[in-house]
Design a protein around this ligand. Sequence first.
Ligand code: 6R9
Length: 652
Amino acid sequence: MLDTEKSSHPAPDSFVAKAHVDAARYEQMYQASVDDPDAFWAKEGKRLDWIEPFTKVKNANFTLGEVSIKWFEDGVLNVAANCIDRHLATRADQTAIIWEPDEPTDPALHITYRELHENVCRFANVLLSQGVMRGDRVVIYMPMIPEAAYAMLACARIGAIHSIVFAGFSPDALANRINDCGAKLVVTADTAPRGGKRTALKSNTDAALLHCSDKVRCLVVKHTGDQISWIDGRDVDVKAMMKTVAPDCPPRPMGAEDPLFILYTSGSTGKPKGVVHSSGGYLAYAAMTHQLTFDYHDGDVFWCSADVGWVTGHSYIVYGPLANGATTLMFEGVPTYPDAGRFWEVCAKHGVNQFYTAPTAIRALMGQGSEWVEKHDLSSLRLLGTVGEPINPEAWEWYNETVGKGRCPIVDTWWQTETGGHMITPLPGAIPTKPGSATKPFFGVQPVLLEPNTGEVIDDTAAEGVLAIADSWPGQMRTVWGDHARFEETYFQQYPGYYFSGDGCRRDADGYYWITGRVDDVLNVSGHRMGTAEVESALVAHKAVAEAAVVGYPHDVKGQGIYAYVTLMNNETPSDELRKDLETWVRTEIGPIAKPDLIQWAPGLPKTRSGKIMRRILRKIAENDYGALGDTSTLADPSVVDDLIENRMNKG
Ligand code: 6R9
């Protein structure tokens, strides 16, 4: 076992010499950012081009009942113009997006800023022709293809609010999101190739739209040419139409606080929340974190392997990099297709300088052996990053040694859909890393550890508690779409005066932060967030199921696996067939990422006398940790616990 707290990895001197921020500058800038946030962010806000400059900087109130977050509120800008137009004078012929297709034998695309401009303008004109107006919502359900970025930026250009739904979600999940945000239009593609398989996006969209207003239009990108059904008057062939509309479309002036996008994410209760992000503050924060966390310099090739369906793809494939005039790589495929060397082949092929991925991918590839990495020339790599979940020291060491050859700093970035950008992360030239620690706060971020029960701030440097943030930062979410009360309840109620992250955290004697995982009923499966309540409600919607309780358990590759305890209806009998049926059922209700890894038949669930399921106990059983079951005396029927232990799924 490594003593990770003591294992400190400073960046090589040659890296520090060129870095945007070194140790002294980090200390000085961090202090300035918390001493006088208005002055600090007034300067950083000027990273963007403003149509009307802002005169106000920060205006935030975390008081329950009055929660309001505004940044640069009287400024006027356009996000697409910041990501494209302002670069045309100096870098029109520079590649903005490198697109790497699923099949390595298909040609990659290099899209210049000039081409990006024309494609986004044409896409925007298609949206306008379909009656999409400022403030309207557009749902994007797309493969990882350039048109996904065009669609996002086209919305931003005309002031429409996009909401991307990850292409792995089911028609039901898609319909719920279309309806929740009242989208006027859905952008999709015929099919999405991934790892040599195809997801039928158009037919999923057809199925979803059966549950939506018949006014919702459907723009279809014919990407693979696979056969699809077509409804005249509702469906529009985007590529064909892009050829007929004008190649220019003026960017619409937008208020800094106008919503840029909505992104649905899971919480501990209820249906997924529509997290709303702003235009000005979000973009300034995404741009700044992209430049400083990854130490991005002009001419570098940056690759974030996330999907644009997640916040990581929004901030670090599209908005952050493009606002900085970067070259950003977009990959359609998966790490293991056609073989476990694909990531490294792509890094070598395109001369990637900064590579950003999830611990689950690193673990999966580590399991395939180092020879897949060693086949490829990774000398272009200068920095590696991780996001989405805690990284275990073994995976960290492998990433560091085998991929980074010990010379690439690893930035372990802690942040959330809600935070818009990195919150706790090493700045690579400034902060020596420790395997498994997200290290120190980004500028303007004031983390505090709270005692979970009393909510008191823990002042000791070395401490453990729940992680909250004491003041606002520009990338913070502004509200839950259509439900501001839910925003306040979820993030500001339990610990008054703070933004509550939902994560547990330890701080070591050096002031480094170590995220220990969620303290609520949110699962993190392969870096994907999921509420236990969502999986449970999918299970109980099955006719054979009376009751279900879902918990996470440690999984070697996924970080957490989904463990479902299922109580069947009286007239049903457990069988392998039924188990398979339930797995398929959850896949169709939510999507493949929500499929339970283990289903245990539970004649009864441990409940308190008031009928509350004691998840703490179920978690311990799933973790194989019976010694720590704790007090079971408050259970209505303690004997159910013995039965559950007896019939546990992943024994040994
Ligand atoms: C960006 C993103 C957020 C949750 C978060 C935490 C976990 C993210 C992490 C991490 C440990 C890191 N998380 N980054 N845990 N170390 N570097 O992942 O957003 O999908 O909203 O998930 O992911 O539990 O609360 P999102």
